[in-house]
Design a protein around this ligand. Structure first.
Ligand code: ATP
Ligand code: MG
Length: 584
């Protein structure tokens, strides 16, 4: 509420806007957060929220909190600092080793800065919940997470320290857990819609979290770090880490019936080199890659024009650690220098991509220097251990659900929901007594939202060449009152009066009272992107009016009579909320 003399004036704020695009920022939203004076960088992946940025962040948090509460989740706050032992109990001290910040206290005890909290909440539940009567329960927190990302970048998008909302549900069985999952899924849809974001839900990989299945909420954007595919006709959508594309390409090539034979390919190692030299399309070649799966060498075969998806390989093999073999291992396994591996006569477990089924007339390495084999019939000449989906889907692949075609897009992952099952409850003893007095592990789900990433994703989706276009729901202020000439007494009087009246009505107003050229102030207004701008100047005041403009809508400001200004502004606020709800 506005208290007299505490009007929110620009001259009492810290809003260090920048005209130039900062060199450190590559994508629009990062540039705009810096230029609009919302954040400042402390170090790689470390940011301070300045007052405007912090106000917007708090609004995202408030929406998240309301929707979590509405879905029946209980807010808690867990420590960011964890004893190492709890992470050892699930083996994730090793699994997440690279991403975890590890520290020691003065007694030499090992601690970690929490990258996520499954272990912590499950340990708590193991102590505090012991009967089916206490289930279901869903606990959430909004808290700082720490991850030693390999490539912190794009400002808040991939930071080393960031704000996450994480929630964890505990249920008596899978059916009940499914309901908890559904409730969170729906809450997420409402949260992102209320933040003014259009999101796409995609099937996702469960990664280091483990568990049965998961969905990610993606904000479509060219700058997104995640690839995804979607099918228009049936609505199938999946992260590239997981997406399956159906090939409709050829599998039987020229001279398929001939016996295989060695050909010379002097110094031709890559797919491009061999395909050019033998005048064959890359898809006719079979790429043979030697990996170490939990230290054991294996061969992975994929069509020459496809990329191996290592997540899929690791899942298919059920291994924990998968890495490309080094040159020495490859030479030992194939008896040839690197670049000439092939499956014919290769004494290693052979895992082939499904798309290679029925490959005839193909070309492979010969396990001999400077030689390849042509007319390879995979069924006749090679003993494949297992076929799996091991490659990345791509634009133009067939949809695995219908006869539509997949389209590739980029997205920013803002939220992730997982069906975890009983992995953590079993490992950490989150057991409850069922009505028959039998001990059962709770069935869990976990649900994350990158709160700070979401804030920036809104800007990535809602901006123009002049600056940010905030949705009314999370704008740092709803209204900016701009004094065109701050030295004019009447301008000041009217600006202060309108600001005060609005504040009494609970509207958050930023008043630009700077003694600056109007051009500078209008540019800053567009850059900072407050939804409703009220321009107050001598010219319109002479007509008994002020100028009203909605950011991102019609180009021209509209003159409204002074005595209707507050009512018009309130009407505009209502309308902006209605438009937001209509799109939700
Ligand atoms: P990513 O694939 O982008 O690294 P993740 O799968 O590791 O994300 P989760 O562990 O599911 O992410 O975390 C929940 C949410 O936290 C993500 O959906 C994302 O919005 C956010 N998040 C994850 N890592 C970061 C980060 N380094 N900086 C900012 N937000 C992040
Ligand atoms: Mg990550």
């Amino acid at each position: 509420m506005g208290r007299k003399g505490v009007l929110l004036r620009w001259t009492k704020q810290l809003i260090p806007t920048l005209r130039e695009v900062p060199l450190e920022a590559e994508i629009a939203s990062h540039q705009l957060m810096l230029r609009a004076g919302m954040i400042r960088r402390l170090g790689a992946g470390l940011y301070t929220f300045l007052p405007l940025g912090f106000r917007a962040l708090k609004k995202v948090e408030a929406i998240v909190r309301q929707e979590m509460d509405r879905a029946g989740a209980l807010e808690v706050l867990m420590p960011a600092l964890h004893p190492r032992e709890i992470w050892d109990r699930t083996g994730r001290y090793d699994v997440l080793s690279e991403v975890m910040f590890k520290i020691e206290d003065r007694q030499g005890r090992h601690l970690v800065l929490g990258p996520t909290h499954e272990e912590i909440i499950t340990d708590l539940v193991s102590r505090e919940i012991n009967s089916y009567r206490q289930l279901p329960r869903n606990f959430y927190q909004i808290q700082t997470k720490f991850r030693d990302e390999i490539r912190p970048r794009f400002g808040l998008m991939r930071a080393k320290e960031f704000i996450m909302k994480d929630a964890y549900s505990f249920d008596v069985d899978w059916d009940a857990a499914e309901k908890s999952y559904q409730a969170m899924y729906e809450a997420y849809q409402r949260i992102f819609a209320r933040c003014g974001l259009r999101t796409r839900v995609v099937e996702a990989d469960t990664g280091a979290m483990g568990g049965k299945s998961s969905h990610e909420f993606m904000v479509l954007a060219e700058s997104g770090e995640d690839g995804l595919v979607e099918c228009g006709p049936c609505g199938y959508a999946a992260n590239l880490e997981r997406a399956e594309g159906v090939t409709r390409g050829e599998t039987v090539f020229e001279d398929a019936d001939r016996e295989n034979e060695l050909v010379d390919t002097p110094n031709m190692r890559t797919i491009e080199e061999v395909s050019g030299f033998l005048k064959s399309p890359p898809a006719r070649l079979i790429k043979t890659l030697i990996y170490r799966a939990d230290e054991k060498p294996v061969a992975v075969l994929v069509p020459g024009d496809r990329d191996v998806n290592e997540l899929k390989v690791a899942r298919a093999l059920g291994c924990r650690k998968l890495e490309l073999a080094d040159d020495a291992t490859i030479e030992e396994a194939t008896g040839a220098p690197v670049g000439f591996a092939g499956p014919v006569g290769l004494d290693l477990p052979l895992y082939a991509d499904k798309k290679l089924r029925g490959y005839r007339g193909a070309i492979t390495g010969a396990n001999q220097a400077d030689r390849h084999i042509v007319h390879v019939d995979l069924e006749r000449d090679v003993r494949i251990s297992e076929f799996h989906d091991l490659t990345y889907a791509r634009n133009g692949d067939g949809c695995p659900r219908c006869d539509g075609t997949l389209v590739e897009k980029r997205g920013i992952e803002v939220g992730h929901v997982f069906k975890l099952g009983t992995k953590y409850s079993e490992q950490l003893g989150a057991l409850y007594l069922d009505p028959e007095g039998k001990q059962q592990p709770a069935v869990m789900g976990c649900y994350g939202i990158g709160v700070s990433r979401t804030l920036q994703a809104v800007i990535e989706q809602r901006h123009d060449k002049d600056g940010i276009i905030w949705p009314i729901s999370i704008a740092p202020y709803a209204v900016e009152v701009l004094m065109i000439n701050a030295q004019d007494a009447e301008t000041r009087r009217v600006a202060e009066q309108i600001t005060e009246t609005l504040e009494k009505q609970g509207v958050e107003v930023l008043m630009d009272d700077r003694d600056e050229r109007p051009g500078v102030k209008f540019k800053d207004a567009d850059l900072v992107g407050v939804p409703i701008r009220v321009g107050i100047g001598e010219r319109s005041l002479a007509k008994g009016a002020v100028e009203l403009k909605i950011r991102g809508q019609s180009d021209k400001a509209k003159e409204v009579p002074l005595d209707q200004a507050v009512a018009e502004i309130q009407g505009a606020i209502r309308q902006l909320y209605e438009e937001l709800n209509a799109s939700a």
